[in-house]
Write a protein that binds this ligand. Structure first.
Ligand SMILES: Nc1ncnc2c1ncn2[C@@H]1O[C@H](COP(=O)(O)OC(=O)CCCC[C@@H]2CCSS2)[C@@H](O)[C@H]1O
Length: 328
């Protein structure tokens, strides 16, 4: 078993690293640990826009990254430790999570934290969740990975994941909102996230014969960076990959009332747009609706489009800012 302590706090890097390792080391068992700077990690089959508070996330520079495993959306920051087991597919039961949550539970129990696995894939203490876990199978391997909320900013976690469910209609996987807690509330005050990481590494070295620490090589880092460029730092993967959805938003503005309906295809392109309202303008709104077709449902893309046309012809006194808000 190779034990890898990621040298990076970049969520793009660490999520890409998981995929990179699958192909680079197809026959090795790996135990990977990483801590990400503020980021939101979305499940593979989710609608990113429906899961996040876009304005808040942009404002706080929180990275949004889609991962390869299924399940819901979680928040990471420097107070959250992630652990990831990579094994050969078929060695363990894919539906059973306990095998790979056991080392974490064991360690915490030793530290007098009454942590346990509840339901299928959550770790709880005192009835509150501190760890979410997910799996994936690919290239003959299986990954099971999980979070550990050690000392995260709970208010940011709450605000970043806040969404308006009325805006989106889709068949995407929904997150299971849970009551969450930090482990630090159950551990000595002077402990830090890195201490927990070191303890886990020690435990893995002790319980897995032949386990060795592996430092990523320059070649590994180059490979991961390439994957970031091709996939993990792209709008197409992090947002566009979402299943198709219908989007609806309405707003009262000083110049009237406006309602926007969009049909968005898998891939993120607007397939159909309908705008209703009681605002006054000189050009037919259908012309504006047509301009939206095949554009990405992405605020940057739409901003550029709106800057390139005379919006007053379609919307009279409604401002560009008010219109942009309708598409969020
Ligand atoms: N960091 C973290 N840890 C535990 N629980 C969290 C966290 N962030 C948010 N949540 C809570 O879990 C639900 C979502 O639960 P849900 O069950 O829908 O999703 C998950 O748990 C997915 C876990 C993915 C783990 C991967 C491991 C490495 S990269 S990400 C969310 O609405 C919050 O209430």
């Amino acid at each position: 078993m190779l034990i890898i302590d990621s040298p990076s706090h970049d969520a793009y890097f660490n999520i890409a690293l998981e995929e990179y390792l699958l192909y680079k080391y197809p026959t090795e068992d790996i135990f990977l640990l990483y801590i990400n700077a503020p980021s939101i990690i979305v499940g593979k089959f989710q609608n990113t826009l429906a899961e996040i508070n876009l304005d808040y996330v942009k404002d706080k520079n929180i990275k949004v990254v889609r991962r390869m495993s299924g399940g819901g959306t979680v928040y990471h920051d420097l107070g959250n430790l992630n652990f990831s087991f990579h094994t050969l597919l078929g060695t363990y039961d894919f539906m059973d999570f306990s095998q790979f949550t056991e080392p974490v539970i064991h360690l915490l129990n030793e530290l007098n934290v009454p942590a346990k696995l509840e339901g299928r894939n959550d770790l709880l203490v005192d009835g509150k969740k501190f760890s979410g876990n997910a799996k994936l199978a690919r290239n003959g391997k299986m990954i099971q990975h999980g979070t550990i909320l050690f000392n995260s900013e709970m208010s940011v976690l709450g605000d970043a994941l806040k969404v308006n469910p009325l805006k989106f209609v889709d068949k995407a996987v929904k997150s299971n909102r849970a009551r969450v807690t930090n482990l630090i509330d159950f551990l000595p005050d002077d402990m830090i996230t890195d201490d927990l990481k070191e303890l886990l590494i020690e435990e893995m070295l002790e319980t897995n014969e032949g386990a060795t620490i592996y430092q990523l090589s320059d070649e590994d880092i180059k490979g991961v960076n390439q994957l970031i460029e091709e996939k993990y730092n792209t709008w197409d993967w992090n947002f566009g990959f979402s299943p198709k959805y219908n989007f609806k938003n309405a707003k009262k503005v000083p110049a009237g009332f406006i309602e926007v309906h969009l049909d968005v295809e898998r891939g993120g392109q607007i397939e159909k747009a309908k705008i209703f309202g009681d605002f006054f303008a000189s050009k037919p709104i259908e012309e504006f609706e047509n301009l939206l077709i095949n554009k990405n449902h992405d605020i940057n893309t739409l901003n550029k489009l709106f800057e390139s046309i005379d919006l007053t012809e379609y919307f009279g006194k409604v401002t560009k800012e008010e219109i942009i808000e309708l598409f969020k």
